[in-house]
Design a binder for this molecule. Sequence first.
Ligand code: ATP
Ligand code: MG
Length: 595
Amino acid sequence: MPVESVAGRNHFGDAAALLVRAASPERRHLVHGILWLALAAGLEAMGPLIGKFLIDNYLLPRNARIPEIAGLLAGALLAGMGASWLRYRQLIRLAGLAMRSVQRIREDVYGHVLRLPMSFFDHAIIGQLVSRVTNDTEAVKTLYVQVLFVMLDSMIVLVGAMAAMLWLDWRLMLVVATLAPAVALIVIVYQRLSAPAVARTRELRSDINAQMAESIAGMAVLQASNATARFGQRFAALNQAHYQSRQRELRANAWLLRPVLDFLNVLLLAAVIGVFGTRGGGGALSALEVGVLYAFISYISRVVEPLIQITMQFSQLQQAVVGAARVHALLAQTRAPVAAEHGRVTAGAIAIEQLDFGYLQGRTVLHGMSLQIAPGSFQGIVGHTGSGKSTLLSLLLRFYPAPPGSIRIDGIPVEAIGEDHFRASIGLVPQEPFLMAATARDNIAMGRALSEAQIEAAARSAHAHDFITALERGYDTPLGEGGARLSVGQKQLLAIARALAGEPRILFLDEATSHIDSETEQVVQRALSALRGRVTIVAIAHRLSTVRDADRIVVLNHGRIAELGTHGELMAIGNGLYQRLYLLQQLEEQGEESA
Ligand code: ATP
Ligand code: MG
């Protein structure tokens, strides 16, 4: 499943599942945070009630009992201070919880991606996956800090204020409650205007990042094809669109949030004061009503503020929910099955029996393949482009699941060999050498605990030692992203050194020497020959001279084994595939030499 396809799923359910997963180790913090939040909001709701009591009982009756008034004031002060303190504690707790949650989810996601089956990466887009791990995991924090708690806070304040008003004067409370539909309307209009703009801004931002990344990766092509000006224009257009989208967002905020809601606030105040006015029959307010009026005026502003806050969090909420749902979808991808731990690779004998395989349903790439490979032997695999050579290696390496039982190593089905042991026993030099942006040493060691001597010995065998020591800092020279500062052939030699350093029982080479000159290749060949009898080597090669000396050469044709034998045997087959390929290459080489 492509990473992006989360449409049609229940986003809220997925986001909630992610939040629960993120916070489950910290339930205590969460409960405390919410409790303190509720307490703080409750204390804040007390303020106007104390004010009313003060006005009604002491100020209006001109009842100047100083100690009691002082007590009440002190009570109000303490309540306010208590609320501030609780809010401070709650914020620290919840922010900490949110950040730890992001950290945990990020590790989870990365760890999960590392264990996804190779078939997942046939469809994955790197940029999207990266933003899954970096940006979308931030959604968890947004959901906690900005959305969940601001909303919860506002709700509690709202409910507290409404309850107090209900207790003071339920008819007046109903007047205030007419605010609800008006606010709902504003939220809906705001959503219509702002949500698409917020989503578009995000998209454009990721487009800007993507173009930047693509341009850097393809800089040589870009400059060589004189496309810099065009790319500059395209970038400017993206940037302009981003600016306009931001403007639309800001306009919706500027219009709807403060001004319209403030206007509602004024309307409400007018309505409440009006009700008081008509109630008194145009006469003076009764002494009892002044305190209520004061309390109501205080509460109205407390009701409107959370409503503004909730409205403002809505787009954030939407975005964060989508982000969290994407992360959840990625975490829901099934991992590669974990093999049982008991199986062991000992001698390195490989047995393939009636192996059928296709990447896609109904499109078989390998057809009923059977092959026995003796331990310690050197096998060559040759065949046309697309004949299934790399596919066969991928299956032997368990990158894709072969039908159970069809591939055995030392008599044990590959799927029954423990992962760590399996990877430690098997080396691979892939068709595309992959180097990390690290030193030559790190690229050979790949995090394995290898001694200096082991690394150097491997580099010598692979004929990589000379060019590595010629680098300005030898084995400690950083190689740049993807090994940018090496030639392709040098990268291949380094990849061979890396595979040899692990001292595998079985070594797979996929076109491992295709970019290396013939002379250097012969040195590498000799190093590989020295492993004969100890390491089973399976080498794919287009250049047939590479596998001339193999114990046996397997010729693949459209996913089937066409011919099998030593170089001499295959050359003896009249008009055989191998013979044709070999003679063709010889002709080419002679042509190159005479040219
Ligand atoms: P080459 O010599 O060019 O490396 P090959 O013999 O290694 O060729 P494979 O890479 O094994 O060829 O590909 C065999 C067939 O499987 C091809 O038709 C290819 O299109 C298809 N194929 C390879 N990888 C995938 C994939 N990940 N998903 C779907 N089809 C694939
Ligand atoms: Mg291949």
